[in-house]
Design a protein. Sequence first.
Length: 135
Amino acid sequence: MGESPGIPFSENFLEAVKAYEPSSTEEELKKFSEALVEVLAGARRRMNLDSQTPCQFSEKKFEFIRSILESPEIKFEVEVRIEAYGSAPLAVIQVFESVARQFDSSPNFFERLKAGEILWMGRAVADYIMGVRLP
């Protein structure tokens, strides 16, 4: 599991992913699906998008997060890897890291910032699957 240059996952997090004991493939797929919904809901709460006047920047950032978490291509890639390896957190990290690399290699500063957001999403999804609940 390689890391994107400049935006590494912490060693402790990677150790937790490696130590994770997956359940059945069906259960891992279910946990992955639930995690996507929870991370998206958590992002909405943290950005205070339910208020009367949400910040325009927050709305745009949320739409980006939603586009990644609801991407059929990303879901498919993760599901294929879950079926191959059995471990949902490992599959999530590999796929989200790959997507982040695409943004991280851009000469555009704002595109590179998106790489960090993608890694955050991958970490949040993997954390949820491993039992760490979002505030």
